[in-house]
Design a protein around this ligand. Sequence first.
Ligand code: PLP
Length: 395
Amino acid sequence: MKPLEERIADQVRNIPRSGIRDFFELVQGRDDVISLGVGEPDFSAPWHIREAAIYSLEKGQTSYTSNLGLLSLRESIAKYVEKQFHVSYDPASEVLVTVGVSEALDLVCRALLNPGDEVIYHEPCYVSYSPSIALAYGKPVAIQTRVEDEFVLKAEDIAEKITDRTRLLFLNFPTNPTGAVEPVDELQKIADLAIEHDLIVISDEIYSELLYGEDSGMKPGTHVSIASLPGMQERTVLLHGFSKAFAMTGFRLGYACAPPVLTEAMMKIHQYSMLCAPMMSQVAAIEALENGAGEVEKMRRAYARRRNLMLKRFEEMGVPCFAPGGAFYMFPDIRKFGLTSQEFAMRLLEEEDVAVVPGDAFGEAGQGCVRACYATSYEQLEIALDKIESFVKRL
Ligand code: PLP
């Protein structure tokens, strides 16, 4: 018999396992470790949202839904997106409910790429972009953003990478893992470039509610979606979901908003692979969109307080750290200690029982930084920061 390893499809064998997962296998089962690792809210989903899911089950709503998702949910999504992003979508033909933004990323790649098509994305970035592109036989083309430029993605750097095979441009603001928010004037230049080169933009806006504006981030910032810029809605697939702002990771629910032809193409794959997203999650999501704003703001303020604590403490310890405009990650620059990101993270774990993710897990551009997620209680963060301080003092 041929070895089973040789039966694995080339494009699967060739993609690496997620650097985050590898690192966190080391932490599994260790209760003594404070984890600033996995990018997941420490809050449970707000009670009224959980209650909506429970009632849905009690009422026996346990069937499939339309492939696109419940029409009532798509209507709530269209209303929410119009208010939040100032773009209006037709709930009947331009909104697809997916199993998390993760599924939507996969669908968009499979629906829009032919083998060898190039996709430009910015690093450091969410770990699934490059594999999702490669699994759809596309060619991932990374642009490095730098801490020195506050991780601003420059239109001129994108322009340099565009070839006659470039089809898609992936954007993610606020960015995982840096928390960077793109300045609007640069976003406009990127939009101009997308129009000039006829690119479709995939805009992952999953952290768009978690923005830290004036008053040291205690007031919410304003999110600008590239889809809302002139001429962009017709060439943008806007991805959003419930995992982060609503603390609903386990509900596995997201959505894609796009022109009807693109929505239909993604729906074709979704209907054969997923059929539909779970109904109880969809019912809970309606409750989240209709009545969840107050709880989202409470969580955002808690994150803002933690962000400020981390910024202050890193500054006091002399660890340079970019002030993130959004999401719930700090991405301190540890180059001055002469260790690689991996060495820093491993030693911090071994010597102080604090887990952070090596920055290069998010692409080469993350080398020299580590990601510390502050979706952990204020009290735990204080302990973790004391431990980080003891560690860096010894270096
Ligand atoms: N996009 C980004 C930028 C993320 O950080 C994550 C999760 O960490 C996802 C997408 C996946 O989210 P979901 O839980 O909706 O699949």
